[in-house]
Design a protein around this ligand. Sequence first.
Ligand code: FAD
Ligand code: PYC
Length: 416
Amino acid sequence: MKRYSFLSLARNAVNYHKDWGQAWRNAEPRSEYDVIIIGAGGHGLATAYYLAKEHKVTNVAVIEKGWLGGGNTGRNTTIVRSNYLQDESVAIYELARSLYETLSQELNFNIMFSPRGVLMLCQTEHELRAFKRTAHANRLSGVDARMIDRAEIKRLVPIINDRDDCRYPILGAYYQPRGGTARHDAVAWGYARGADDRGVDIVQNCAVTGINREGGRVTGVETSRGPIRAKKIAVVAAGNTSVVMDMAGVSMPIESVALQALVSEPIKPVIDVVVMANTVHGYMSQSDKGELVIGGGADEYNNYTQRGSFPAVEHTVTALVETFPIISRLRMMRQWGGIVDMTGDRSPIISKTDVQGLFVNCGWGTGGFKSIPGSGFVFADTIANDRPHPIAEPFGLNRFAEGRLINESISAAVAH
Ligand code: FAD
Ligand code: PYC
């Protein structure tokens, strides 16, 4: 991999990057690999990176039907936090959050992690009680979190509406000071470059159209660019999980829905924390460019469009104008959607399957950006050693048959 000195960076800036090397190869698919990962989102790329780095498994291809990071990884609103209720969840989300703290150094790629603080507003007595419970549980698990009152909320977020005469007055907030945001594309690009450096092939514009099995085990995939043999196959195809797993004859407990987001025209800094208002279904942060990054609830019906419906946007904007009245005359610049895969208990699936050599990582729903480093780390370990990593074990597919659900519907927050 080519590295750049300060002088060469300056030269490239004036010669329109004429000699700028590619950050990763545009690999052609080979006929056989030890491991094929289906899906070059953050989870697939992180899995490839840790397989190569931690387990020296480098005969790996990541097969992507579009371009890397073009799924939900490049479409999300970049919130990173670990304030989930159950111990199993805190273990994986806090592993991920702590890996984010040093990910720029790990990958030698600036992923712009900004632990600016995340607030979850409590706007009903029920929400206040639920978040008090979460804050206590989180502190017992070693997560730095606390409840704050309305005065402290107003100090942290001067533009917030703290009046009593609105639909849902603010009663308090859950506060995680080291939650925040990171640059989503950079996370995908950093892991892609790190995996490519270690010999992983990243094959873009190559759709998997079939999964081949012989007896009870996988033997390879059919793709739009021909068949490829493999000893192990890992499906990491958020939004399309059920479709891809169906190719191997495995039915998934997943529903797919659209979740959307929007950004405003850029304005001067007005908010330097992330605020989530779960009761009214809206959240907001400000990007380094000055745009307000806004999102809300998921569509209420299953679909595979990467757009999202107008009523959901209207609902989100109503909630945020109520919460931050100064944004009422702001123009919105862009709106987009992604397809997220939801499990019934709102927890992910990181699992071996009954088909030998077939692994699956999915079900992160509306909240899987924050978990990318931790998920990649434990999934790579699971694939390399053919048994669940201890942190991944509770998230096995068997929990649905055995009734060991990990209920995170409250912590999954605003989008549910
Ligand atoms: P993806 O990035 O979607 O990657 C899956 C890849 O698989 C895609 O690139 C797709 O093209 C590929 N693929 C699918 N089928 C095939 C096939 N047949 N052959 C080859 N490739 C295939 N999470 C947070 O933690 N914080 C947030 O603030 C947040 N906000 C969000 C806002 C929005 C609007 C959306 C849509 C999501 C948000 N999320 C958030 C959720 C988060 O984006 C996802 O959980 C996460 O990005 C999933 O990553 P992934 O790598 O599993 O999937
Ligand atoms: O998981 O924090 C989150 C989130 C916010 C918006 C969508 N997901």
